[in-house]
Design a protein around this ligand. Structure first.
Ligand code: PMP
Ligand code: GLU
Length: 399
């Protein structure tokens, strides 16, 4: 079969692949503890679901403007203004089919052949592929566990060339859970402004933050630093709405228009009922706050249990304490053996032996790690860690 160079080297999403595998195994009657999935295990808040249903029943089922229903764009702009205490312009909002789609729009609109885009590693699995789809070159800037998996301007200086055009930031981070402070972020934004580099700031986990009500974001920075910035957000994580496909980008209106033109040819406006459901969540209402805080409270509690179970039962598995999102990214190389010699063979071996599914670190650029999602019921997390600890201490003892 002939396929074009556009996608010849494209890898399918490893995160989605493991989750699909788990679902297939369950359908075959196998018992699986799925700690791979990067999606909240909660129901979408009822008021959002009802808003979507009402839209269908009332006949809001036709095309909308490409960048989204004006009322939703207004609400998203107001919500950003409220979250960050800054002025925003609804003309800068483009409503997209999930945050992933906003990232695609931004990469495809901003980058092209010959451009290099810096991606701090470990990184979310889709970033390098999204950059490659724009025929630009991803340049990974590794960070270490000792630095809390955070990138600093000196790292970027080392990776920068005259072709560097972009930087993909993600805080709270998938897969490490790292959260940049406002000052740490400002240093990166200053570096980008000084070096004429555009930042795409993926803030999809902004509200899933354990030490504060939300993580620092691009719109907390000095407005002078925001000319070349695209903020990406959405409802998937904070509102357990992954399947609705509701994301957005926020940028200068001129760039938003360009991304809208791209979207007008590949997607049109996103699903209309989804946009109406979105109008129920991007609001400063007590029920919205309550829904987010309740979920984050559960994630925080699970994190405590998970971390203490790891410290007690798997002391060799080093990790950085996740400060946001819902992942634990931990070292697995102390457990490698003849069968499990890298992250992919290790995770397959573990799934076979214990029925516990994790995502191999290679999907995030580091083969010495695996990612465990704590967006799963607490009893499954506890049982999963127990099974991992049992099989690993047995095999470690045997080695
Ligand atoms: N960015 C990051 C860091 C993610 O983990 C994900 C995973 N869902 C996305 C973007 C995409 O989100 P969405 O489902 O809204 O497309
Ligand atoms: N972002 C989630 C994850 O990392 C969902 C799957 C995906 O879109 O990659 O697992």
């Amino acid at each position: 079969m002939h396929v074009s160079d556009n996608i010849r080297d494209l890898e399918p999403s490893a995160t989605l692949a493991v989750t699909t595998l788990c679902k297939a195994m369950r359908e075959q009657g196998r018992e699986v503890i799925d700690l791979s999935a990067g999606e909240p295990d909660f129901r979408t808040p009822d008021f959002a679901a009802q808003a979507g249903i009402a839209a269908i029943v009332q006949g809001f089922t036709h095309y909308t403007p490409v960048a989204g229903v004006p009322a939703l764009r207004n609400l998203i702009a107001e919500d950003l203004a409220h979250q960050h205490g800054c002025a925003t312009d609804p003309a800068g909002v483009v409503v997209t089919a999930g945050a992933k789609h906003a990232l695609f729009n931004a990469c495809f609109t901003l980058f092209g052949p010959g451009d290099e885009v810096l991606i701090p590693g470990p990184y979310w699995t889709s970033y390098p592929e999204l950059v490659k789809l724009a025929r630009a070159t991803p340049v990974i800037v590794p960070s270490t566990l000792d630095s809390g998996f955070k990138t600093v301007p000196a790292d970027l200086d080392e990776a920068r060339t005259e072709n560097t055009r972009g930087l993909l930031l993600n805080s709270p981070n998938n897969p490490t859970g790292a959260v940049y402070s406002r000052d740490e972020m400002e240093a990166l934004f200053r570096w980008a402004a000084d070096n004429d580099v555009t930042i795409i700031s993926d803030e999809i986990y902004a509200r899933i933050c354990f030490n504060d009500v939300r993580a620092a974001g691009a719109l907390d920075m000095d407005p002078a630093l925001l000319e070349n910035v695209v903020v990406v957000g959405g409802a998937s994580k904070a509102f357990a709405m992954t399947g609705w496909r509701l994301g957005f980008s926020y940028s200068e209106p001129a760039l938003a228009s360009r991304m809208t033109a791209l979207q007008s040819h590949v997607m049109s406006g996103i699903s209309t009922p989804t946009q109406y459901a979105g109008m129920a969540v991007f609001r400063q209402e007590p029920r919205v706050e309550h829904a987010v805080r309740a979920m984050v409270g559960v994630f925080r509690h699970r994190r405590e249990r998970l971390v203490s179970a790891f410290r007690k039962n798997l002391p060799q598995a080093a990790f950085a304490m996740p400060e946001g999102a819902f992942y634990l990214f931990f070292r697995i190389d102390p457990f490698f053996n003849d069968t499990a010699r890298d992250s992919i063979s290790f995770c397959s071996w573990l799934l076979e032996k214990t029925g516990v599914a994790l995502v191999p670190g290679r999907a995030f650029g580091d083969d010495r790690f695996a990612r465990l999602s704590f967006a799963a019921p607490e009893d499954e997390i506890v049982e999963g860690v127990q099974r991992i600890a049992e099989v690993l201490s047995v095999s470690v003892l045997r080695d």
